[in-house]
Design a protein around this ligand. Structure first.
Ligand code: KG4
Ligand code: ZN
Length: 344
């Protein structure tokens, strides 16, 4: 049974995992840095990389108690996109392990890893392995990305559309901050929206963009304008409706583009990934849509929605099984320099 060790340090969460080729997660440990960054209202890159350096090796030692090094076939590591200092900690560690263990390493694109996160499961899950099928349509929505892909194979995805400005998660987090929620605000907006009694929730107008591109900066500005016009008392009294209205336009925009992509690119499987895929309203909208059709929609379990090393291990392992590995020159590619989307 092929097994990969995965390392994820692209942003603020340190994560280490061991995963089989069938997506079974044998070990997963995440070290959140939310407490460190909370007081700044966003991620401080220097603190993030220092924390990765502090946490990563003890987490790997813990993983090796579950599966010894001799049984690990490959080390998968996120090498792009992300914060450069943070990525470097993971990459240098993976290269060192590759060298001392004499094992291959694979540089994994974090967004591609999110695409395949819905194939992950563990002994505690309700689900088990589902055969990977291509082509699939994928929607990745997180704090840094909102993109649609036509996935032809591992390492072969066509980018259909992405955001022209902010990511969906970013728009949720920034508005949540204005409302006084702690960071990251997406889950707070989600749970506060559930207290709304209104069926209507129409404080914001529908987002419109051309083609399959997303845009969230307009609703973010509309959110700012709405709050600057209103008293603190009004905001507190109407908080669930404000959250539900804001969330609604964002999720409906994602749904519009997903449906449009589906009409254009035939695929019977849809893969959803990224932190925002944990959103209750998004899930309910997708369920409503897929209920009346033959579309099979795969969601990650909640722990695999947000950043985690299990998705990196799984994706890296499938590259390895196809004979595609990186060498020790593996570099961390800053996002703006990234040309080759998915190959390692
Ligand atoms: O994938 P992720 O962990 O990190 C990035 O790669 O960005 O996604 C984090 C994002 C944050 O913006 C967070 O607010 C959002 O996912 N998020 C949610 C929910 N849970 C996490 N957004 C809406 N509803 C949720 N339940
Ligand atoms: Zn992510």
């Amino acid at each position: 049974m092929p097994i990969a060790l995965g390392i994820e340090t692209s942003c603020d969460d340190t994560s280490v995992s061991l995963v089989t080729d069938k997506g079974e997660v044998l070990f997963l440990k995440n070290q959140s840095q939310d407490e460190t960054h909370k007081k700044y209202g966003g991620i401080v890159p220097e603190l993030a990389s220092r924390n990765h350096g502090y946490h990563l090796l003890p987490m790997i030692e813990e993983a090796l108690k579950v599966v010894p090094e001799e049984q690990i076939n490959v080390v998968g590591v996120t090498n792009r996109p992300g914060l450069l200092g943070s990525l470097l900690v993971g990459c240098v560690t993976a290269k060192t392990l590759g060298m001392i263990w004499n094992k291959p390493i694979v540089g994994v694109n974090h967004i591609e890893a999110h695409i395949f996160s819905s194939y992950l499961w563990s002994q505690k899950s309700q689900k088990t392995f589902k055969t990977i099928k291509f082509p699939s349509l994928a929607l990745v929505v997180s704090g840094g990305h909102s993109s649609l892909f036509y996935v032809r194979d591992i390492g072969d995805s066509l980018l259909l559309g992405s955001t022209l400005d902010d990511a969906a998660g970013e728009a949720l987090d920034k508005f949540a901050k204005l409302l006084g929620f702690s960071w990251p605000g997406g889950p707070h907006i989600d749970s506060c929206s559930q207290k709304s009694n209104s069926q209507n929730n129409a404080l914001f107008s529908k987002i419109k963009t051309e083609g399959l591109s997303f845009s969230f900066s307009g609703v973010k500005s509309a959110g700012y304008r709405l709050l600057s016009d209103k008293s603190k008392e009004w905001i507190q009294e109407n908080l669930p409706e404000i959250c539900a209205s804001y969330q609604k336009v964002i999720i409906e925009h994602l749904m519009d583009k997903l449906k449009k992509a589906f009409d254009k690119y035939s695929s019977d499987r849809i893969l959803i990934g990224g932190g925002v895929s944990a959103n209750t309203y998004l899930k309910s909208q997708i369920e409503k849509w897929t209920e009346t059709s033959q579309i099979e929609c795969f969601y990650p379990e909640k722990i695999y929605c947000t950043d985690n090393a299990a998705m990196v291990a799984f994706t890296g392992l499938h590259y390895f099984l196809k004979g595609k590995v990186s060498d020790l020159n593996l570099s961390c590619v800053p996002r703006h320099l990234e040309k080759d989307f998915f190959s390692p």
